[in-house]
Design a protein around this ligand. Structure first.
Ligand SMILES: [Zn+2]
Length: 160
């Protein structure tokens, strides 16, 4: 979701997937993006940057992004179909660690961070909340850990 309208809240729900909040401070305009492995594979975060560029004239270089709590590379094991879906992305060796035959531990936030930088957002302007949702039952819901569970909301709005 993207908007340049003030006073509108963009809200996404996640429990392990990466909540990405983006602000173009100059225009201003904002985006809220939900990036699980399918979204990462499909490039949903770069698509949001492209949409901001089309709709608002956003320059990625003046954006700030925040990646919220998500499942970490410590806990997120994926198999060959997920690996194949990433289509040999250049960031794969930096985001995925082989742990067995056709098995990897994937850090989705590293992948999203790399996608943002490839879209023109300066690396120093991408902040990441370091917690792993699966490691911290005291703080977060985790779909991978609990199956049926609640969701966290990630929210962004331009002040009226
Ligand atoms: Zn973990």
């Amino acid at each position: 979701m993207v908007t340049s309208e003030r006073g509108i809240w963009l809200v996404i729900y996640a429990a392990d997937c990466v909540p990405a909040l983006i602000v173009d401070v100059k225009t201003p305009a904002i985006a809220a993006v939900h990036a699980g492995w399918r979204g990462v594979a499909a490039g949903v975060v770069p698509a949001a940057i492209a949409r901001m560029r089309e709709a608002f004239g956003t320059a990625p270089g003046r954006c700030i992004a925040m990646l919220g709590p998500a499942i970490g590379g410590c806990c997120y094991e994926v198999d060959a179909p997920v690996a194949r879906a990433m289509g040999g992305a250049g960031w794969w060796p930096r985001a995925a660690r082989p742990t067995g035959p056709e098995r990897w531990h994937l850090d989705l936030r590293t992948a999203v961070h790399e996608q943002l930088v490839a879209s023109g957002v300066p690396a120093r302007r991408v902040a990441t909340v370091p917690y792993c949702t699966a490691c911290r039952p005291d703080l977060f819901f985790s779909y991978r850990r609990d199956g049926i569970c609640g969701r966290m909301a990630a929210c962004i709005s331009l002040r009226p």
